[in-house]
Design a protein around this ligand. Structure first.
Ligand SMILES: NC(=O)c1ccc[n+]([C@@H]2O[C@H](COP(=O)([O-])OP(=O)(O)OC[C@H]3O[C@@H](n4cnc5c(N)ncnc54)[C@H](OP(=O)(O)O)[C@@H]3O)[C@@H](O)[C@H]2O)c1
Length: 238
């Protein structure tokens, strides 16, 4: 998809990767970017093309209101994500549920609600789901989160042929660790949100069904292509 001139909506746009995606979209020439956040006052509207929008992806009434306000979206980026569940044995059902509510039910709720809007786009439209390398294999210290990202990846695959018939592409982004609040306590090499956002937009422009936006993700893609078993072993051994 051509980023220049598109009308994008980014969820979780007030901080972390979402905020960097908004800046990258503006820089790449998007005509308008709806920066959606649970608290829209936290959105940095650093240009007239950025429109703050209130959206908690787990709240159907807020999703419906966002559709009414953003009826011209052609690029929907489901970036909002939560990390509440870690070890699968010790995470509470509530923590597991919290991750699935955002990653799976929230993302699907937003996609379903915006379908009529995206279908109206004359030049076709694109949905981008921000997933994780843990969508492909579990990272046991984040086992509950990994399960939610694997479910969101499976859902993305399920939607692809159906959406294709409606002229809508759906792309999966599988980043490695990003230097944001989400993983601030995990000591490991991380890519900056700005560089990850840049890689993500390059993947959208190419129309890659699976986008590996940063150097670690690209390295892991090589391993995945070489051997699924070795990829799974690498994650399990952390
Ligand atoms: N950081 C990493 O290493 C990494 C790696 C791979 C993939 N990812 C994915 O990248 C995406 C962005 O994460 P990040 O690293 O930028 O994390 P972050 O800094 O923790 O930001 C998470 C964003 O999601 C929003 N959010 C959480 N629950 C929400 C809800 N119910 N409705 C709407 N927005 C909600 C947060 O809003 P509030 O400010 O209101 O909480 C925040 O804007 C996520 O999907 C994450 O899983 C991250």
């Amino acid at each position: 998809m051509k980023i220049q001139g598109c009308v994008a909506l980014v969820t979780g746009a007030n901080r972390g990767l979402g905020k960097a995606i908004v800046s990258a979209l503006v820089e790449a020439g998007a005509a308008k970017v709806y920066a959606a956040a649970r608290d829209e006052r936290q959105v940095v509207a650093d240009g007239s093309r950025v429109v703050p929008l209130t959206l908690d992806v787990t709240k159907p009434e807020q999703i419906a209101a966002a559709v009414r306000k953003a009826g011209d979206v052609t690029l929907l980026i489901n970036n909002a994500g939560a990390l509440n569940s870690f070890n699968v044995l010790t995470s509470t059902p509530g923590d597991l549920d919290a991750d699935f509510r955002v990653q799976v039910h929230g993302t699907l709720g937003v996609i379903r609600a915006f379908l009529p809007v995206l279908e109206r786009s004359s030049g076709g439209a694109t949905i981008v789901n921000v997933l994780s390398l843990t969508s492909l294999a579990s990272f046991p210290p984040l086992g509950g989160y990994s399960a939610s990202k694997a479910a969101a990846y499976s859902m993305t695959q399920a939607l692809r042929p159906e959406l294709k018939r409606k002229q809508i592409d759906i792309l999966a982004v599988l980043p490695g660790p990003i230097d944001t609040d989400m993983v601030k306590d995990l000591p490991m090499p991380k890519t900056s949100p700005a560089d990850t956002a840049k890689g993500l937009l390059a993947g959208i422009a190419r129309g890659d069904e699976e986008i590996f936006p940063d150097p670690m993700a690209q390295q892991m893609r090589e391993l995945w292509n070489k051997s699924h078993k070795e990829y799974k072993r690498a994650f399990a051994s952390f």
